[in-house]
Design a binder for this molecule. Sequence first.
Ligand SMILES: [Zn+2]
Ligand SMILES: [Zn+2]
Ligand SMILES: [Zn+2]
Length: 345
Amino acid sequence: MSRKNQRPVLTPEEKGLLTRLIEKGVKEIKPRIGPEGVTYDGLEDLAEEHGWQKLRQLLESLGDKGYLIVKEHDRAIFCPKCGAVHVYSKYTCPRCQSANVNRMELIEHPFCGYIGDRESFVSEDDLVCPNCKTNLGAADGASPGDGSRQDYKVIGTTFECEKCGYRFNRPNVLHVCQVCGANFDYKTARYEKLYAYEVPEQVAEVLGCAPRKDAILAPLESALRARGYQVERDGEVRGLSGGEHTFNIVAQKGSERVVVDVSMEGSQNDIISLLGKKMDVNPTTTVLIDMSDSEELSALGKVYGIKVLNGKDKNLEGSFISHLNLTESKKAEKTPQTVSVKKNE
Ligand SMILES: [Zn+2]
Ligand SMILES: [Zn+2]
Ligand SMILES: [Zn+2]
């Protein structure tokens, strides 16, 4: 489970989930089977994003890759067709597969040697041997057990098929999926382990990419302040459309405005959303700190006129400052647009 040095690479989704678990301070994750399938207490908000099924897959792969401590918790039958855990079971006839089978209790009357199912003994409120007509006492009573003529023995249970009349000791078990209606048996069922997980203390470090947004933003804010910018965290800026947009950092110095967002997971949506805000707000420069170091974001950034900086770069602050230098040196060529900043009070 733990490959200490060379950890497998995480997909953006896996990394995103792990980051959220760390941010939420989750320590332990336990599965539960309920109306929604396999769920995990305390992860309802994450399930809204991913869906429970996807969430379970992501947790499993995080476990496989050694980022979560895996513990076997339980097992469950899953539909082989749709993967649902909403499965109920029926008994079927081994000969004709009909589910119309009844369980019977077999009774022996040692006095005459007759053996038959309980139903055949029941006569009104009593048990009466169908062979020798001896009354064996109340139907809801017990055998006297004294070796007398009224003595009887329950010798076992058996099943009888209503459809073909076949009698058998052990029915087949048929599983039915309540979601897709698939029928399956033990040979084709997905009988799988349900895991509980622990989020190891050191995972945030190991992840290497999950510093809090604050840790990423603070040095950039200091760099901006050192250059005389007024800096606002999660500042709102009113755009030309009249709409207000929030950026992780809004920095203003005279007519110059720097806006910075952080993409924790390197999702394309992050840069597209930033592009929309940028077009409306028209800052002097727009920076996206990409914590996933995605080549795609970097390439899109060039097209969108957004400076994408690698958030994992040890010299992120230096790269940010060089970018500010470049921006300020180009300032003269730009025609600054005046847009009002909404100040938080
Ligand atoms: Zn009898
Ligand atoms: Zn049958
Ligand atoms: Zn199904």
